[in-house]
Write a protein that binds this ligand. Structure first.
Ligand code: AMP
Length: 555
């Protein structure tokens, strides 16, 4: 059997790891030596697909067809609050698919986030195959603990499109805790916090670890807070300075702005270990007289700290809320693990220490920890590594619509998985023939603000006066947070005609279509000198799964 790889599919960056021959997780590097890759995919005017650094490098000149932050869209509806927020700032067009899912329009084609993410996953797979010198078909892919089952399923579909059998969707904080070896410390139950500040998002998870069992007790965070906010603050200040000095607005030039952003991020990284850094950008723009503006400025850590104090402050409230959700105080936390590149910033570390009252533990590379943990878990699944069981909780309340538009919770947030809950209903009309129950997931009491998961219809109810016929609804969530639902009429035991249809995501047919299209696109270009073959693209179809009448691939 081939090896199972662990992939950290990040909002900003992605990376891949695998167990080495001694059973130790190791990062896998691309041919250029890079161990992390920007999660960016671009389509050129020649319809060539660029992934990673190559895509990011040309982003400034091809902004409308360079897609980043796909993780914010995967498995989401276009009208979700944070999707609208992202759509307002993204230079590419986010559009609604027929089912309301958030897709991206690139060069006239609407593409699903699953398809876009699959390019990143496929690159990760290629990096692994090259580094290991063998084919790779199986992976563990990590997602934030708060991802709901539609987002998890969509991530799995991205893996399928990339030709990967995703053996498990693993929570990022669980992966990090595994990589830190948090389960090997002592015998008793320990409560830890995983503090993850990446490029675009902040996640805090409170976990209990006991004898190889990881239990996510509570999650929280801020999906609109990350290292890029620090970069943006620096850029705004520096652009203001250029304007004050030269009366030139460099933010109106995407090229100049792109260079300034890149330089700001590089300076920030230097400043996490030095007190000052030099920024030099020759020929950044032209002044009013057409003379070159050579940007040359020393910047200090203290300056950046002063500019971003409020960002650091915003880290506190989600931590307090997650602690409260877990029924704990900061004093109960034995260890705080740092994850995400932005936790290298000293002021962030100081804030963590202030909130939790103890110094956080730092891994060698906080941006690689999640992939290493995914590889460790991949090893467990492949029977190669150590044994550890994982226990997770539901990230959201799951319930139903009642009355006009209220949300009645059936499985509360943070219930341990697997979870099962039942609810009894009585009919409200004479000889009511059927009940229709809408399932939702979210945190709002107003059901319209939550995500609709699907609908359960039980028909053929026995006749009777209102209230005489009773229906029991059972919700079951498996260890991967995948929901199944049954409804049963109690007097007859009838349990028929119940289906739950996810109201989002790609169908099996759509997934197979993307794979087919992808393979067609990847056929070697016909050589123009071959007569008659200039316009012909041959598509190999023999090894594609066949679709049955229900739209599912046949075995
Ligand atoms: P991640 O999403 O975990 O890859 O984190 C990426 C974020 O971490 C970006 O905003 C980077 O600028 C930031 N980052 C990476 N290295 C450093 C560093 N040495 N100091 C400060 N920020 C860093």
């Amino acid at each position: 059997m081939s090896r199972v790889i662990g992939i950290d599919l990040g909002t900003t960056n992605s990376c891949v790891a695998c167990l080495d021959d001694r059973g130790v997780p190791q990062m896998l590097a691309a041919a250029d030596g890079e161990r992390t890759m920007p999660s960016v995919v671009a389509w050129t005017s020649a319809n060539e697909v660029l992934v990673g650094v190559a895509a990011r490098r040309q982003a400034v000149t091809n902004a409308g067809a360079t897609v980043y932050g796909t993780k914010r869209l995967i498995g989401r509806k276009v009208n979700a609050d944070d999707v609208s927020w992202f759509a307002r700032s993204a230079p590419f067009r986010i559009v609604a698919a027929a089912n309301g899912d958030a897709w991206v329009r690139v060069r006239g084609d609407a593409k699903s986030p699953q398809e876009i993410a699959s390019h990143v996953l496929r690159r990760m797979r290629a990096v692994a195959e090259e580094a290991l010198g063998e084919p790779v078909t199986r992976a563990v892919v990590t997602v934030p603990a708060y991802f709901d089952d539609v987002q998890r399923q969509a991530t799995r579909d991205a893996g399928t499109i990339a030709g990967l059998d995703v053996l498990r969707i693993l929570n990022e904080p669980t992966a990090a805790a595994l990589a830190y070896g948090a389960h090997r410390v002592g015998d008793g139950r320990r409560v830890i916090a995983v503090f993850d500040l990446g490029g675009g998002t902040f996640d805090i998870s409170i976990m209990a670890v006991e004898r190889g069992i990881f239990e996510v007790l509570a999650t929280g965070g801020d999906t609109a807070l990350g290292g890029e906010d620090w970069d943006r603050r620096m850029v705004e200040r520096l652009a203001d300075e250029v304007f004050d000095k030269h009366r030139v607005d460099i933010t109106s030039s995407s090229l100049a702005l792109g260079r300034l952003k890149e330089a700001a991020e590089a300076a920030k990284k230097q400043l996490s270990s030095a007190q000052s850094a030099e920024m030099q950008l020759p020929f950044l723009a032209q002044d009013q007289n057409g003379a070159p503006i050579n940007f040359d400025r020393k910047i200090t850590r203290a300056e950046v700290e002063a500019l971003t104090r409020d960002l650091v402050d915003r880290l506190e409230q989600p931590c307090r809320r997650a602690l409260a959700d877990a029924g704990l105080t900061a004093g109960d936390i034995e260890e705080v693990l740092l994850v995400g590149g932005m936790t290298r910033w000293p002021q962030v570390q100081a804030q963590v220490e202030r909130i939790f009252g103890k110094k956080p533990s730092k891994g060698a590379n906080p941006d690689e920890i999640v992939a290493l943990g995914a590889a460790a878990y991949a090893g467990i699944l492949a029977g190669e590594g150590e044994d550890a069981a994982l226990l997770d909780v539901t990230p959201h309340d799951i319930g139903i619509r009642v009355g006009d538009a209220q949300f009645s919770v059936i499985v509360p947030r943070n219930s341990m998985l697997p979870a099962r809950a039942r609810k009894l209903f009585a009919t409200t009309q004479v000889d009511q023939k059927f009940v229709s129950i809408e399932l939702y997931q979210g945190v709002s009491l107003d059901v319209s603000k939550n995500r609709k998961l699907g609908q359960v219809v039980l028909d053929g109810l026995p006749p009777g006066p209102p209230g005489s016929v009773r229906v029991e609804l059972t919700l079951t969530l498996d260890v991967e947070s995948i929901l199944s639902v049954t409804a049963r009429e109690l007097s007859t035991g009838k349990q028929a005609g119940v289906t739950i249809r996810a109201s989002g995501g790609l169908s099996q047919r759509e997934i197979v279509e993307i794979i087919t299209r992808r393979r067609a696109e990847e056929q070697p270009r016909p050589r123009p000198e071959t007569p008659g073959e200039g316009q012909v693209t041959r598509v190999k179809t023999t090894d594609l799964p066949r679709l049955g009448p229900d739209g599912l691939p046949e075995a």
